[in-house]
Design a protein around this ligand. Sequence first.
Ligand SMILES: [Zn+2]
Length: 460
Amino acid sequence: MSLDSVLAHIDADQDKAQDRLLDLLRIQSISTDSAYKEECDKAADWLVQDLESLGFDASKRPTPGHPMVIGHQDGDGIHVTFYGHYDVQPVDPLELWDNPPFEPAIEDTPNGKVIRGRGSSDDKGQLMTFLEACRAWKAVTGSLPVKVSIFFEGEEESGSPSLVPFLKENAEELKSDITLICDTGMVTPKTPSIVTMLRGLVGQQVTITGPSKDLHSGMFGGPARNPIRVLNKALAALHDDDGAVTLPGFYDGVPELPEQVAEQWRNLDWSAESFLGDVGLSVPAGEKDRSAIEQIWSRPTCDVNGIWGGYTGEGSKTVIPSQAHAKVSFRLVGTQDPHKIRAAFQDHIRTHLPADCSVDFIDYGAAPASNMEINHPAFEAARTALSDEWENDGVYVGCGGSIPIAGHFQKILGTESMLIGFGQDDDQIHSPNEKYDLRSFHKGIRSWARILDSLSRNAG
Ligand SMILES: [Zn+2]
C-alpha cells in the first residue's frame, strides 16, 4: 500500500533531506535586522524553487516587509493550508555559539544526532518536515493525497507586521478546510502533541499618585499617604489564600476540561517536580486543587510582572514617594472577555484607593484565548496518525504562551488550526547553539506523511 512505500522512501532519502535543510539553514534570514533583507529574500526564493520542484504553483509575494511564500497544489478531498516561517532570530551573543550559527553541522550528542544552527528548530527544520513529506508522496505516487496550500511567513520573529493585512487581502485565495501550523514542540521527547488551547493575554500598567511630590519620611511619615503601601495592598488582594483570582466575574467563560483531554493529561509522563525543579522551585503556587499542568494550560492566571517607586538606588533614602507603579498581566482561557477583565482590574484598584490618591492606567494588549474545535474530524485523524508513528499516543495539549497566528486564521479565514510540531524543550530556540534532533526531523517527516494519508481517508 502506498503509505508504506512513502515511509520507506522517506527513510531512504533521509541524507538528502538533511542536505536540503543544511542548505536552507545557511541563508541568514534574520527578519528583525534590515541588514539581512537580501538574505530573507534569498530564503523566500529558495523555498519558491523547492515548492516548484514539488509541483506547487508557487510564488513570492511582496509585502511592506519581507515577502510571503505561497504555493498551491491540487489533490482530492480535504484542502489543508500549511504554515511555517522562514525567518530566524538574531544570533547574538555570537561568542556563546560553539560554531558559527549559519554554518550548520550534524553533531553527535549523548542524546543522539542533532543538526545545529540558527533556525534548525525554529522554524526551518520544522517547515521542511512537511515539504519532505510532500516530496516523498510525489516521488512514490506522483500526487499528494489531499489538496495542499502553503503559506510561509518571513516576519514571525519580528512581530508579523504584514500578516494580518496580507491575510485580509488574500483571504479568498488562502481559505481552506484546516490550517496546519508547524512551529511548536512535543510535551515529552516521545509524546507527539497537538496544541488545541492557547491562552490569551491582558496587560496593564498602573500608577498610583499620592502626595504631589516626594516627601521626607521624617518630616511627613505618619500623616502622609504612601502610594507604595496603597498599591501593595491592592495587588495583594488580587489573589485569595487558595491561589484563585478575586476579581468579580474573573472565572466567567472558563470551561472545565473535556474528560477525554483530562484523561490524556493525567497519563502524560510529565512531572511538576521536574518542571518546577528545573527553575529552583518545588511547590505549585497556583489554584489549589488544580494540577500544575492544568494551571499552565487550561486555567487563567494573574501575575505582577514589575513593581517600582520611591528610591531603589544604592544605600538608603528616607523618602515617601509621590508615585508607585506596577505592571500586571493576565493569561486568559476559554471565552474570558479581555475587556471585561481589564475593567474588573481597574475597578479593583479604584475600590482600594483611599482619600487623596488617584490612579492612571496604560493598556498593553488585550487578546482572547484561542480554543480549537477538536470535534473537527481532522483532529482525531491527525492524532491517530501521530500515535502510529511515535512511542506514545498523540495528545491534545495547551500552550501557556500566545501564538497569535492561530487566532488570525480563525478570525480572518474562519478555519481551525492544528498546531503540530516536533521541537524539544532543549532545542535552545532563540538562544545560542540552537539545534533540532535528527530523530525529530526524521519522525516529523514520517508523521506528516501519515497525517496527509489519514486526512485523505478520515477527514474528507
Ligand atoms: Zn517559530
